[in-house]
Design a protein around this ligand. Structure first.
Ligand SMILES: Cc1ncc(COP(=O)(O)O)c(C=O)c1O
Length: 377
C-alpha cells in the first residue's frame, strides 16, 4: 500500500465540519474578494503568533516581492540570500530588479551562515557596483534561522532583514513564535505547508504599523486613501476569501499539528538507521517540521528503492540557487559554495504530516534500514 508524502485528506476528514461550514459561509455571503474572513484570519494569525500586524496576500512568493518593494529595493541593490533554498527567495529579488548575492549555509543547521554573510557583504562593499540593502534568512525545513546573530550583522551594515518563514510558521525560538523574531516576516500557505490552505496563499507579518500599511496598499494595486486613488505602483495580490475560511478552520488545531509533527520527527530520530544522518536540531528552537530531511550517501539509490516500496520521498533541493541556469550569472559557479552543493546531492525528505501513525513511520524506518544495509553492502 502506498503512503502519502503529505496526507491532506486525513487532515480534511479531521476538520471537515469546520472547513465545510467556513466554505459554505463564504458561498452564502458571496464576498469572494477581501470578504470578512480575510480580516478575521489576519487578526487570528496575528494573535496566534504574537505580532501586531498580518497582511495576507496571494502566495509566499508575492509576500517576498511585496516586502522588497515596500523598502524600495530595486536595480543597483544587493540582497543576500542563502543559496540552499527554494527558488522563490531568489526570484523575488530579481523580480524587483535587485541582484541576489548567494551566501553559504551552515553545514550543521543548513541555515544561512553568518560568517559567510559578513564576507559577502564586505565583498560587495569592496567592489562598489551594488549597494548592500537586505538579507533574507530562510527558515529551511521549518527551523528558525539564527536571528539574534543575523540581526547584529544586519544592524552593523544597515541591512533590512526579511525572514522567509514560508516553511516555518508554527515554529518557535526561545518561546517566541516565528513571525515575531524579525522586523518583517513572510510566509506561505501553499497546501503542503505546515499551515496550508486549499490553493495559494501568503502573508506578511510585522509589529510596525507604517510598514503594514504600505504592504496593504501594495497588495491592492498601490491604492491609498480612496479606492481608485493610486499612490504607488503595486500588485494585485490578495488572499481569496475561500482560502481565508480554510485557514480560519485550521488555525485552532495548528499548535497541536506542530506537536504531532514533532512526535513523528522524534520517532524518525529514534528509529532510523545510523547511516541516515538526522535533520538538524538547534537548542532552544522548535521546528515546524515542514520537512523531515535526512542525508544519505546514495540518495538517489535510496529514493528509487523506497519508491519501489510505495514510500514517496522528495529532494529539497537538487540544485542550489547559485547553480540554477536562470541565476548562475549572479553566483560564483560550481565549487563556490561547497556546503550547499554537497547538501543538494545528499538530502532526502521523508513523508511528514501530523496524521502519520506509528505503524507508518515504523514501516518507513524499517524500509530505509533494509535498503541502506543493502546499498552499503
Ligand atoms: C523558502 C520558501 N520561500 C518562498 C516560498 C514561496 O511560497 P509560495 O509557494 O506560496 O509562493 C516557498 C514555498 O514553497 C518556500 O519554501
Amino acid at each position: 500500500m502506498s503512503i502519502p508524502f503529505v496526507d491532506l485528506k486525513a487532515q480534511y476528514s479531521r476538520l471537515k465540519p469546520d472547513i465545510d461550514a467556513g466554505i459554505e459561509r463564504v458561498l452564502n455571503h458571496g464576498k469572494f474578494i477581501l470578504g470578512p474572513e480575510v480580516g478575521e484570519f489576519e487578526a487570528a494569525l496575528a494573535g496566534h503568533v504574537g505580532v501586531a500586524h498580518v497582511v495576507s496576500c496571494a502566495n509566499g512568493t508575492d509576500a517576498l516581492t511585496l516586502a522588497l518593494m515596500a523598502e524600495n529595493i530595486a536595480e543597483g541593490d544587493a540582497v543576500f540570500i542563502p543559496s540552499f533554498t527554494f527558488t522563490a527567495t531568489a526570484e523575488a529579488v530579481l523580480v524587483v530588479g535587485a541582484e541576489p548575492v548567494f551566501v553559504e549555509v551552515d553545514s550543521e543547521t543548513y541555515l544561512i551562515d553568518g560568517a559567510d554573510l559578513e564576507r559577502k557583504i564586505e565583498a560587495v562593499k569592496a567592489t562598489g557596483r551594488l549597494t548592500p540593502r537586505a538579507v533574507i534568512p530562510v527558515d529551511l525545513f521549518g527551523l528558525p534561522a539564527d536571528y539574534e546573530n543575523l540581526a547584529k550583522i544586519a544592524g552593523a551594515h544597515d541591512l533590512f532583514m526579511l525572514a522567509d518563514a514560508a516553511q516555518s510558521i508554527g515554529a518557535h525560538h526561545r518561546g517566541r513564535a516565528v513571525g515575531s523574531l524579525a522586523a518583517a516576516t513572510v510566509s506561505s500557505f501553499f497546501p503542503a505547508k505546515p499551515l496550508g490552505c486549499y490553493g495559494d496563499g501568503g502573508a506578511l507579518l510585522t509589529d510596525d504599523a507604517a510598514r503594514a500599511e504600505i504592504w496593504r496598499s501594495l497588495r491592492g494595486h498601490g491604492t491609498g486613501g480612496a479606492k481608485y486613488n493610486v499612490v504607488r505602483v503595486g500588485m494585485n495580490s490578495r488572499l481569496d476569501t475561500l482560502q481565508a475560511a480554510v485557514l480560519l478552520a485550521k488555525l485552532p488545531g495548528f499548535a497541536a499539528d506542530i506537536e504531532a509533527r514533532e512526535r513523528v520527527a522524534v520517532y524518525y530520530d529514534q528509529h532510523l538507521p545510523a547511516t541516515a544522518s538526522r535533520p538538524p536540531r538547534v537548542a532552544g528552537s522548535q521546528s515546524a517540521w515542514a520537512q523531515y530531511t535526512i542525508q544519505v550517501a546514495d540518495r538517489d539509490g535510496l529514493a528509487a528503492a523506497l519508491h519501489e516500496d510505495g514510500i514517496p520521498t522528495a529532494v529539497h533541493y537538487p540544485l542550489p540557487m547559485h547553480l540554477q541556469p536562470a541565476y548562475r550569472a549572479y553566483g560564483g559557479g560550481q565549487g563556490s559554495l561547497a556546503v550547499s552543493e554537497k547538501l543538494a546531492q545528499h538530502v532526502l525528505s521523508l513523508p511528514m504530516h501530523p496524521d502519520m501513525d506509528q505503524a507508518t513511520s515504523g514501516r518507513i524506518c524499517a524500509a530505509i534500514a533494509h535498503h541502506l544495509n543493502g546499498l552499503d553492502a
